[in-house]
Design a protein around this ligand. Structure first.
Ligand code: UD1
Length: 287
């Protein structure tokens, strides 16, 4: 079996590549290395075909889709605040990039297409835990662009009978998550501060909650989903744990006994676009 992982040099993508190799897939990674890192794939460099390309522009990379069974489309610009500052870059990468990948996969007749969507599409929902049929309310350009990408993919399932499924990831954490930007995932930043013995910055009162899910769990969900045949039109599934953790609890869990030495977090203004709570209904994923 052959698989393409777009964004395969990224934090989540590189873990997915590892698992596909374990399952004896021939794997091709398409990545522009804007946020993906060579180090994430160094240990499998000899086993993977790596194509550096810009998916926002149609190009020669399309030929790599020939005879591919599965496409897992992870390549995207993430992070909320930068998306408010540069919406055009987000539209290009997350909407046009998805359109181009989708067309390449459709033309090649792939067997399965998994779109990695974001829980941010729910915005501030009416109900927690939030199920897949909740109203879509993107609060910032990143959330909107990921949602438009999902709509494209789902539209293709209906118009062209395209074999796709969308997985809405909640807050993923784990090894290889890059803490180098102030907008990096909060667990990677808290872990970095704890290691340096420094107090973290908390935006807001720290009582906002997230559904944090470990990267190997989302990888497992991805492989199961790719293998799963469904007759549901436009299938979308939440991938979270169903458990909420607030940021103060999170900091305690990460720095543990050292917390008192490190001192109290610094509290700053809530960031633009930030939602108060987020937690997945996992019923559909379970069933
Ligand atoms: C959001 C999306 C998620 C998306 C991700 C992409 C929601 C519910 N989630 O994650 O779907 O994949 O963006 O980037 O919209 N924080 C601090 N201190 C820090 C860093 C962060 O207090 O140093 C706070 C943030 O203000 C936020 C929480 O921690 O309240 C989580 O932040 P982050 O890890 O960036 O993820 P989301 O914003 O939840």
């Amino acid at each position: 079996m052959k698989a393409i992982v777009t964004g395969g040099a990224g934090f989540i993508g590189s873990h997915l590549v590892d698992s596909l190799l374990d399952e004896n897939f021939a794997v091709t990674v398409l990545d522009n290395f804007s946020t993906g890192r060579v180090e994430n794939l160094e240990h499998v460099w000899e086993q993977v075909e790596i194509v550096e390309c810009d998916l926002g522009v149609q190009g020669d990379w399309i030929r790599h889709f020939d005879n591919v069974d599965w496409v897992i489309h992870l390549a995207a610009l993430a992070d909320i605040v930068p998306s408010i500052q540069q919406p055009e870059a987000y539209f290009k990468a997350n909407v046009e990039g998805t359109f181009n990948v989708l067309q390449a996969a459709k033309t090649a007749g792939v067997k399965r297409f998994i779109y990695i969507a974001s829980s941010s599409c729910y915005g501030i929902p009416d109900n927690y835990p939030t199920s897949e049929d909740a109203e879509i309310r993107p609060q910032y350009p990143y959330a909107l662009a990921k949602r438009i990408g999902e709509e494209l993919v789902m539209h293709w399932t209906q118009v062209y009978d395209f074999p796709a499924l969308s997985l809405r990831f909640f807050n993923v954490y784990g090894p290889r998550q890059d803490p180098s930007s102030p907008y990096s995932g909060v667990i990677s930043l808290f872990a970095q501060w704890a290691k340096q013995g420094k107090a973290p910055t908390v935006f807001g009162d720290g009582l906002q909650t997230r559904d944090f899910i470990f990267v190997s769990d989302v990888v497992k969900a991805n492989l199961l989903a790719a293998d799963f045949q469904t007759s549901e039109p436009a299938p979308v599934v939440n991938i979270g744990t169903g458990q909420q953790t607030n940021l103060l609890e999170l900091w305690e869990l990460i720095c543990g006994a050292a917390c008192t030495e490190v001192g109290e977090p610094h509290f700053e203004e809530v960031r633009p676009g930030d939602v108060r709570h987020s937690v997945a209904s996992t019923q559909k994923a379970k069933s």
